[in-house]
Design a protein around this ligand. Structure first.
Ligand SMILES: Cc1ncc(COP(=O)(O)O)c(C=O)c1O
Length: 425
């Protein structure tokens, strides 16, 4: 048995997420990474179009982050932070995030990832309204096509219909509204009754649901509607924070002031799992002022994990030191021209670009309907050509490279996509 086939054999017990394990494709076993590139166990290099699952803002193999992880793991890899415990990197990162997030002081509640952040926020807003005496406010609204992770709450709340199929109702008091229409949000609030609606959970740019950019005034309009009806506004920035839109937070880019901001992924570029819920001072007050006597009885074993938060501090340094927020603007500016050539290919219906270093290459929807394997074949064809992307549920290919990708590599990525997709006719 070669080393390669041995590795493959050993993956047969690995139940991969979102994989059909009754007919599994042989795994692409990724072994190493460097900047915008990853290499598999056979030594084949691929240009990574997606920063893995939108998380690797700074690129692969960064010594600065690895060194911070190493040092922290040797000193004290983790100790819990329940009750009166904390650790230095968790404290330092909270201060840093509070200063970076737009519009004042923020309290930082750590989680282990984006789905944790979503469910933490859902519990938080329900608890908040109980403490405020408005016990009827339990409903959480969200945008059609939005993705809010795969925990019980996030699965039910998310707007991609297919993700909810086959489970029954996982959480009561959720509803989804038209993705782009502020009037639909207001109508839903009025239909349920403003005294019943706890929060609107909003992806500023819809990511996994297909990369859909907000229409110019959408976000300020829905923010205002929430304010008018006393509904809390939760920005799910798991994809959009930490430079993806050329700002630390997309909320800043779009001029909105959320009550809560959800983070994960780019917070430490995925070097170690970490998430956070940022709670604006005004919404944290009932639990911090001492006036209500209330506490938020919630937390995870790895909330405030010392090694994960140390990695985040090094990641934020890397983003700042290498000016990767400016780099994101350069990527944003380059993507429309680079990707527009793809629309000449018969298999490509359109390309979605907008504010931020992300895009979608929408495959032809008529062909997708007629050829159920088309999206998978497109991903494979691009892989054969030398780049990694993934198909989102609407049959669009995800483009969200590391912010450290060079201009040459970005051009190479567009060429590779074209070369791969051309083979599909
Ligand atoms: C907007 C958004 N929220 C939440 C999540 C869930 O994050 P995780 O997979 O880290 O639990 C994701 C994951 O892609 C996401 O895109």
């Amino acid at each position: 048995m070669t080393a390669h086939t041995d590795t493959l054999a050993r993956t047969t017990s690995h139940w991969r997420p979102f994989a059909d394990m009754s007919a599994p494709a042989p795994p692409l076993v990724i072994a190493s990474g460097d900047g915008a590139w990853v290499t598999d166990t056979t030594g084949t290099r691929y240009l990574d179009a997606t920063a893995a699952l939108w998380f690797c803002q700074i690129g692969y193999g960064r010594r600065e982050v690895a060194d911070a992880i190493h040092a922290q793991a040797l000193r004290m890899h983790a100790y819990h932070t329940f009750g009166d415990y904390s650790n230095e990197p968790a404290i330092a990162l909270a201060e840093r995030l509070s200063a970076l997030a737009p519009g004042g002081d923020w309290k930082v509640f750590y989680t282990s990832g984006g789905s944790d952040s979503v469910d933490t926020a859902v519990k938080y807003v329900r608890r908040y309204w109980r403490v405020a005496g408005e016990v009827g406010r339990t409903i959480v609204l969200s945008r059609g096509d939005s993705y809010h992770g795969m925990h019980v709450g996030g699965t039910q709340i998310g707007g991609i219909d297919g993700m909810r199929l086959g489970y029954g109702e996982l959480l009561a008091d959720t509803d989804r509204v038209d993705r782009d229409d502020p009037a639909a949000l207001e109508a839903a609030i009025l239909r349920h009754g403003p005294d019943r609606v706890a929060a609107f959970l909003c992806e500023p740019i819809i990511g996994a649901g297909g990369v859909h950019f907000p229409t110019p005034d959408y976000l300020t309009a829905v923010r205002e509607i929430c304010r008018r009806h006393g509904v809390l506004f939760i920005a799910d920035e798991v994809v959009t924070a930490f430079g993806r839109t050329g700002h630390w937070f997309a909320s800043e880019r779009f001029g909105i002031d959320p009550d809560l901001i959800l983070c994960a992924k780019g917070i430490n570029s995925g070097y170690v799992p970490l998430g956070a819920v940022l709670v604006n001072d005004r919404v944290a007050a009932p639990f911090w002022s001492g006036e209500t006597g209330a506490m938020f009885k919630h937390g995870y074993t790895y909330s405030g994990h010392a090694t994960a938060t140390a990695a985040a501090l090094a990641n934020l340094d890397y983003l700042a030191d290498h000016d990767l927020l400016t780099a994101a603007h350069r990527i944003e500016d380059a993507l429309p021209t680079l990707l527009s050539a793809l629309t000449d290919l018969p298999v490509v219906e359109s390309v979605r670009t907008g504010p931020g270093a992300l895009a979608a290459v929408q495959l032809d929807r008529e062909r997708l309907a007629a050829e159920p394997t088309l999206a998978g074949r497109a991903v494979h064809a691009v892989r054969e050509a030398g780049a990694l992307t993934r198909a989102m549920s609407c049959g669009a290919l995800q483009i969200s490279p590391t912010l450290a990708i060079t201009a040459d590599e970005l051009g190479q990525l567009a060429d590779t996509l074209a070369r791969g997709l051309r083979t599909l006719g």
